[in-house]
Design a protein around this ligand. Structure first.
Ligand code: FE2
Ligand code: FE2
Length: 475
């Protein structure tokens, strides 16, 4: 079951060959996908030989195989974790019933919406990152970017498989629409706002893969609890790939910080102008990037009070993070949760039914996980002796969704006047000048083992290869 059949046009471990209709539908979608990849995938990189991992099995041990691949030849396919024939729905009104192997009619529209919304983020991030290869700080980083990109492409395959197999004609139409929307496009944008933002430089990329791919982790974890078993099995396998994306982000930011602190110590200064003149990114600028990506990403969890969230949970479609490890009744009727809102110019807590607050519950789980990594960055700074700490902004800062949308709150959680906001925003969020400065550092470094001045080399290479390994062959 776990082995993947690579003799087929579409690699898979779902016995695709036994379902001719589905196979035909996916084989019709495949060239459109490749067309999208050539148009919207990594710019100027389609002919490069990239040292990539490809999934060869869904076994936890040794599922990946490394080798040089031209990205358009990457074996995108359909991989599900093995089925557990005894799996039961473990939350909501269907608690204790057998997990669904097919879509229950009454949940069809909601399930399709969940799958399409998740699916839309996958090609979006490839589009957002498509120019970054031209300004990579090293071969090692270039390879990591491309690895993330091909796997986001595979995540799109994962969602399109579900749409084609379980949603008939409208599923196939949604599969086409996923290739037609474009990140940042005025007329036909991606569904969620964070996926329409630009990722113009590598600091943004590392912040994105740390914060926004982590949103992916939490959404996928919630879907991996789903009573709709094919969705649970698909997302479980996607999570194994997601871990590498967050690794790229966490270590990327960490290496930027490390290099900055090194130069701070060499020059014995914390003056941003002096550090910028030395070609590294000052820590306050890194903090502003963090503030931006953190706040934009926590909006992705949706409104703090949401009847849809309650419906998705009670109907068994989307669980909580670590649903299976929680010890409450998994029904949550009568339970409450505290959300934030503004009253008389102050942030106050309001108790609401927990079922309606499940977006907020997931957001708070996400925030805890994000902060843990920020603390790991702080340990990197501490080790260099530099007296500076990075901090997650208050969750009410710079929000655009739910009861906090548009409220002016400082990163330390004070409701502020428009006047104070306008006077301070350049200290809180990346300014045009910050972005222009970071942009000015971006230049392509592709000699094996060489790194741009603004980032430290990694501690280890990929797949136990040396750091100066030839990760990309330019032919
Ligand atoms: Fe993804
Ligand atoms: Fe990802």
């Amino acid at each position: 079951m776990a082995a993947i059949d690579y003799s087929e046009k579409i690699p898979n471990n779902v016995n695709l060959g036994e379902d001719r209709t589905l196979q035909r539908a996916l084989e019709q979608w495949q060239p459109n996908y490749l067309h999208w990849w050539r148009d919207m995938g990594p710019e100027g990189a389609q002919e490069l030989d990239v040292y990539l991992r490809t999934a060869v099995s869904v076994d936890p041990q040794g599922w990946a195989q490394f080798g040089y691949v031209k990205m358009p030849d990457y074996r995108w396919g359909i991989f599900l974790n093995p089925a557990d024939p005894n799996r039961k729905i473990h939350f909501g009104d269907h608690l204790g019933e057998s997990a669904w192997q097919d879509v229950p009619g009454e949940h069809r529209a909601n399930l399709r919406r969940i799958i399409v919304t998740q699916g839309d983020t996958e090609p979006a991030s490839v589009e957002q990152q498509r120019h970054l290869g031209l300004t990579c700080p090293s071969q090692y980083d270039l390879r990591n970017l491309f690895q993330v990109n091909v796997e986001e492409g595979r995540h799109l395959w994962a969602m399109v498989y579900l749409l084609h197999k379980y949603f008939g004609r409208d599923g196939r139409e949604e599969g086409e629409a996923l290739l037609e929307r474009r990140s940042g496009d005025q007329d036909n944008p991606r569904i969620l706002q964070a996926f329409n933002e630009k990722t113009p430089d590598w600091l943004s990329f590392f912040m994105f893969t740390y914060f926004t791919d982590r949103d992916g982790k939490f959404q996928l974890c919630a879907l991996a609890e789903s009573g709709f078993d094919p969705l649970a099995r698909t997302t479980r396998f996607m999570l194994t790939e997601e871990a590498h994306h967050m690794f790229v982000g966490e270590t990327g930011v960490s290496r930027v910080i490390q290099r900055t602190c090194q130069v701070m110590n060499e020059l014995k200064t914390d003056d941003p102008a002096a550090l910028r003149a030395a070609g590294v990114i000052d820590l306050p600028t890194i903090q502003r990037y963090l503030n931006f990506h953190f706040s934009v990403t926590i909006d992705l969890f949706g409104a703090d009070e949401s009847s849809n969230a309650a419906i998705f949970y009670s109907s068994g479609l989307k669980g909580r993070f670590d649903e299976g490890k929680r010890t409450d009744d998994h029904l949550l009727k009568g339970a409450t949760y505290r959300i934030l809102q503004v009253q008389d110019g102050r942030l106050v807590e309001k108790e609401v039914p927990m079922l309606n607050a499940l977006n907020e519950v997931l957001r708070d789980d996400y925030i805890r996980d994000s902060i843990a990594g920020i603390e790991r960055w702080n340990r990197v700074i501490e080790k260099t002796g530099v007296p500076f700490r990075l901090k997650a902004p208050h969750k009410a800062f710079h929000r655009n969704i739910g009861s906090l949308a548009g409220v002016k709150v400082s990163p330390d959680g004070r409701v502020v006047s428009d006047q104070e906001w306008n006077a301070s925003v350049a200290q809180w969020l990346p300014s045009d000048a910050d972005r222009a400065f970071v942009g000015s550092l971006m230049g392509r470094v592709v000699e094996p083992g060489k790194f741009a001045n603004w980032i430290a080399p990694p501690v280890m290479g990929i797949n136990r290869q040396p750091v100066d390994f030839e990760y990309v062959r330019f032919n």
